[in-house]
Design a protein around this ligand. Structure first.
Ligand code: V47
Ligand code: SF4
Length: 373
């Protein structure tokens, strides 16, 4: 009997079916082919192909982590137009956490069984380099078991600039202080045209990629992101993913790719929210295109819980984590929760038909939630 996938392939437009078949055979698709997939209306086929590839890699597992995001400050000299989180120092919303405050948050998370703190913030012009290193050092000294995933490539580029050190020296110092991994933020869209419009002052594409390349060389795993749904073209989205795929070919140091849906509220850039069709298509095409990535994250904060659940059947295998206190996308209007309990994440995954698996930062399995209870 013909399977649904075979049926969809047979009835699909010829060109889309050909690209889908190529991907199903495990062959790498080209940038032009990825753009064609984005332009295709056949969302069902894209989802099924992406999910076929995901199941070959991850089976029925869908991962989550018990973690916490900490944003030590929202003061930021870059003022990217898509960001409602970063403010000037004189803004009434501006805040800066003390080391004690940060430690209190880490302690809360640690006591609740948390395994990771994800630390990123604005870029205040008055912070010196040692402050970034100190934050990592004091956390690790007090909580040696907790994984410190901290500072985006944009922050590391900035540290290199203000300290006069190379990326390698900054990363070695952070590593020595206790840095375990680097999150994927700051990538946005690599195209120079887009960066000039939405984020003219922060690290450029080559700088972002070079920080990640250096981290991989030093044995520090990193993540990659893509902020989509603002002013970029589909070609620019694919170009972004192609540059990430190329670096992954070179180093193998990326753990996961995270498409981030743009939220416009309160931003200078404005615009509209992405549609769930675009969100699911972006998850699916990234799963199909990034053949050298093990994991694709359906970040529930930007997708919303429901679309994130559907995305777990459109090629994604990870929801991120409990988070506790998300501030960046909430500043831009997301309607998702600020954080979720483990029970809630387990339920979201089960209802999506997948097996919930608690993981650590490095995708090592902590606990598999078999059965219904
Ligand atoms: O770089 C900023 C994005 C990123 C908006 O590595 C926005 O595991 C939507 O990178 N609408 C930070 N997004 C978050 C991030 C991340 C999150 C979760 C896990 C990981 C990981 C990384 O948030 C920024 C930017 O791309 N962002 N403003 C906005 N208006
Ligand atoms: Fe600052 Fe990052 Fe927001 Fe840009 S995205 S304004 S660098 S906090």
């Amino acid at each position: 009997m013909e399977t649904l996938l075979e049926d969809l392939l047979r009835t699909a437009e010829k060109e889309t079916a050909k690209i889908a078949e190529k991907a199903l055979e495990g062959k790498r698709i080209t940038e032009e082919e990825a753009v064609k997939l984005f332009k295709s209306d056949n969302l069902t086929l894209l989802g099924m192909v992406a999910e076929y590839i995901n199941r070959k890699k991850n089976g029925m597992k869908a991962y989550f982590i018990v973690n916490r995001q900490i944003n030590p400050t929202n003061v930021c000299m870059y003022q990217c137009d898509f960001c409602a989180f970063g403010v000037t120092r004189s803004d009434p919303k501006a805040y800066e956490m003390s080391l004690e405050e940060i430690l209190r948050k880490v302690e809360e998370t640690y006591r609740a069984g948390g395994r990771e703190v994800h630390i990123v913030g604005g870029i205040p012009s008055h912070w010196d380099y040692s402050r970034y290193v100190e934050i990592v050092r004091v956390i690790k000294l007090r909580f040696p078991d907790i994984v410190v995933k901290a500072w985006t490539a944009v922050e590391i580029h900035h540290m290199a600039k203000i300290s006069g050190k190379s990326y390698e020296d900054v990363l070695l110092e952070l590593k020595e202080a206790g840095l375990d991994a680097i999150p994927g933020g700051g990538a946005e869209i690599f195209s120079e045209r887009v960066r000039r419009i939405i984020a003219p002052y922060k690290a450029k594409a080559e700088e972002y990629l070079e920080v990640h390349r250096t981290a991989h060389r030093l044995g520090i795993p990193t993540n990659a992101t893509m902020l989509y749904g603002h002013v970029e073209t589909l070609e620019e989205r694919v170009d972004h993913m192609a540059r990430i795929r190329e670096l992954q070919d070179e180093t193998g140091g990326f753990q996961v790719f995270i498409p981030l849906a743009y939220w416009p509220e309160g931003t200078r850039l404005g615009g509209r929210r992405t549609s769930s069709v675009d969100d699911l298509k972006t998850v699916a095409v990234s799963r199909i295109f990034l053949d050298n990535f093990d994991h694709i994250k359906a970040y529930w904060v930007t997708l919303g819980e429901k679309v994130a659940q559907v995305a777990l059947n459109f090629g994604a295998d990870d929801l991120d984590g409990t988070i506790e206190e998300e501030r960046i996308v909430h500043a831009a209007g997301t309607k998702s929760a600020y954080g979720h309990s483990v029970d809630r994440l387990v339920n979201l995954i089960r209802k999506a038909g997948k097996v919930p698996v608690e993981r650590d930062t490095f995708y090592r399995v902590v606990r598999v939630y078999e059965g219904d209870a």
